[in-house]
Design a protein around this ligand. Structure first.
Ligand code: KDG
Length: 314
């Protein structure tokens, strides 16, 4: 049975293999990326049954996305839209510390997601629906799909999980603040960074921020702080999540991996402390590998973060 449902836009990812300006790259690696499908893959690796819904173009990139997500074990509802191309995301590293992302996704097939695309039965039966703030930024119909999905979830008591995932390239700060706050008021589990939270509340400071966000509606609030760990307020219980030290090679996708770890444990009935511990570990795993989701660990691999340097498993 499908435990978690998610939906959104998955893009073809073209990434420069070497550090430097894109104009000097001889070739680009092809992959796929999308905040919600990254979470879905992370969940699958942890043994959760997940469904992803999104639109792809009637093109090779669309095929690549559908094949990849199916190959990773997702129940993949890749709806082929022959009126628009699959969107692109280009990733380059300007320095070893700085990754630059460019999108070619305006009017893409993925942005045309609409309420009629939803598998309402799956949403009603799932334990959790996971959404991100990217989808309502894509188009009016994609925004309607998000709010329709939330209405169905609330009617059937499916937990609504939401990652703010603010993308400044996609909409104005004013529109984003208004719409994102609307979703936050209707969600149960909220993932955000401190910067994103500034779109939702004027409150600053670790403890007071989680409290202010929880007052908006969600009973589980997780504030991700990158290499400083995370802070959570889960059903009144305040938790500090220390960072898991790793050598980072690619920060993109860490937040999605954190979300996957948390939701996987939530589905298995783990305690809040266990959920956040797993989240910190899956988030740490993600940054050790190039690619937005490729580093996602299985349950068995979670313990590998404690391995001594130069450990060889035979
Ligand atoms: O969190 C990583 C995602 O941001 C990336 O995979 C692609 O969905 C994406 C986006 O819009 O940035």
């Amino acid at each position: 049975m499908i435990q978690i449902v998610t939906l959104g836009e998955t893009l073809a990812l073209l990434s420069a293999p070497d550090i430097g300006l894109l104009r000097h790259a001889d070739y680009l690696r092809i992959g796929v990326a999308g905040a919600e499908s990254n979470v879905a893959i992370g969940l699958c690796r942890l043994g959760v049954d997940v469904q992803w819904t999104g639109r792809v173009g009637d093109d090779e990139f669309g095929q690549r996305i559908a094949q990849t997500l199916r190959g990773q074990g997702l129940h993949t509802r890749a709806i082929v839209d022959d009126t628009a191309p699959t969107g692109l995301m280009i990733k380059a590293r300007r320095t070893s510390q700085l990754t630059q992302v460019a999108y070619y996704r305006r009017d893409s097939a993925g942005s045309r997601l609409a309420p009629g695309d939803l598998d309402t039965e799956a949403i009603a039966e799932a334990s959790v629906i996971h959404l991100s703030g990217i989808t309502p930024a894509l188009s009016k119909s994609a925004r309607d799909a998000v709010f329709t999905a939330i209405d169905v979830a609330r009617e059937y008591e499916t937990v609504v999980s939401f990652d703010v995932n603010y993308r400044s390239a996609l909409w104005s700060t004013d529109d984003a603040s208004r719409v994102l706050a609307d979703v936050v008021r209707r969600c149960d589990v909220l993932f955000t960074t401190e910067d994103e939270a500034a779109l939702l509340t004027d409150t600053r400071g670790t403890e007071s921020l989680t409290v202010a966000l929880a007052r908006m509606g969600p009973t589980q609030v997780l504030v991700k702080r990158g290499s400083s760990g995370a802070t959570a307020l889960i059903r009144g219980q305040s938790l500090q999540i220390p960072p898991v030290p790793v050598t980072a090679v690619d920060p993109v996708g860490a937040g999605d991996a954190f979300t996957a770890g948390y939701l996987a444990d939530l589905c298995s009935g783990a305690t809040p402390a266990e959920c956040v511990r797993t989240a910190a570990r899956t988030g740490a795993f993600a940054v050790t590998v190039h690619g937005d989701w490729e580093g996602a660990p299985t349950r068995r691999e979670l313990a590998m973060l404690e391995a001594d340097a130069d450990t060889v498993l035979r």
